[in-house]
Design a binder for this molecule. Structure first.
Ligand SMILES: [Zn+2]
Ligand SMILES: [Zn+2]
Length: 338
């Protein structure tokens, strides 16, 4: 049996025991089923991510380094690629190792924050400026949203004629941002959030994020391997962020991301959409206007609003490439943009 596979199985068993106990003792959503919808798919992701997604990301980083060498006029050979991976001697490499490690965490979290915003189609815009009205649909108890004013013409008409509960997909007019959201929507599709939901991530999400994260490290002259050094810590921390607990960490809520902080990010409720993008340091959300943690309030609904995500791993892999010409398509202007 492959060593990666053995490590993944052992980690799964240990973390399952720990997190099941934690989620039983301090549940955010009482009575949430242990074997919730999609748990089997997420268990497969547990093996799929280290074997497929991580290796794909490594390959992508290698290809990108080769391309950077080519652009800089250097020969693309094994020696030069290995030198690029090893990094250069810069002022940074003279710092104490713990300062280097902290700097890497801060810089990689900053890049991840902006990449996360890009996946949500909110790179240049902190939050949607549209105004919405919520309407409870008779008999369904579900919410439909539409623009208040008739300034969006076609989009408004389509919204009104849409069936209930398709709700608001990200209103992304641009093909690229719409596609990025469809890649990231896989991660947001769990309707019951728990520790295991953290691994539901499209490999392209991992690939694109890691490739961009490596870029500043490359230009600053230090080894992309330092990112590999902090990655396991960030992965482990991400599991805690998704746990079914409402821990906010009290006054430390402004310093370090908490499970409650990230649960607001995963909510399908209007007030939490496109908020709390940071994976570790909420300072980025505070600085750039995307912080949301109302006192004494907890999110209740999770998942993507349209809820059109397939349950199977294959269906989720194909989701970003699915041609969907119905009004629920992310490429359709679901929102009223101004
Ligand atoms: Zn997200
Ligand atoms: Zn998440």
């Amino acid at each position: 049996m492959d060593r990666t596979l053995i490590a993944a199985v052992i980690a799964f068993t240990l973390l399952a025991l720990g997190f099941i106990a934690i989620e039983r003792l301090w549940p955010a959503v009482r009575g949430q089923r242990l074997l919730r919808d999609g748990w089997k798919t997420d268990a497969v992701y547990w093996l799929f991510t280290p074997i497929v997604s991580k290796n794909l990301a490594r390959l992508g980083i290698g290809v990108m380094l080769a391309a950077l060498l080519l652009i800089s006029g250097a020969k693309v050979n094994r020696e030069n690629i290995e030198a690029a991976i090893a990094g250069r001697d810069t002022w940074f490499s003279t710092w104490p190792i713990w300062v280097q490690a902290l700097s890497v965490l801060v810089l990689s979290d900053f890049t991840a924050y902006w990449m996360h915003r890009a996946f949500h189609g909110r790179l240049f815009q902190a939050s949607e400026r549209s105004q919405f009205r919520s309407a409870e649909r008779a008999g369904q108890g579900s919410r439909a949203e539409a623009c208040l004013e008739d300034t969006c013409g076609e989009a408004n008409a389509a919204l009104r004629s849409s069936p209930p509960e398709i709700g608001r997909e990200r209103g992304l007019k641009q093909p690229l941002t719409g596609w990025l959201w469809r890649v990231h929507a896989v991660h947001h599709s769990s309707r019951e959030l728990d520790w295991l939901a953290s691994v539901r991530l499209h490999p392209l999400n991992e690939l694109i994020t890691r490739m961009v994260q490596v870029l500043p490290f490359y230009f600053l002259g230090f080894s992309p391997l330092v990112l590999a050094g902090v990655a396991p810590f960030l992965s482990l921390y991400a599991i805690l962020l998704h746990a079914n607990v409402n821990w906010s960490f009290g006054p430390l809520r402004y310093v370090i991301a908490s499970p409650l902080f990230h649960r607001w990010h995963h909510t399908s409720e209007e007030e939490g959409l496109d908020k709390n993008f940071a994976g570790l340091l909420p300072i980025w959300d505070l600085l750039f206007g995307t912080w949301h943690m109302p006192q004494g309030k907890h999110p209740q609904k999770f998942g993507i609003v349209g809820n059109d995500m397939p349950q199977s791993l294959w269906g989720q892999m194909m989701y970003p490439f699915r041609v969907n010409r119905s009004p629920t398509s992310a490429s359709f202007p679901r929102q009223c943009h101004r």
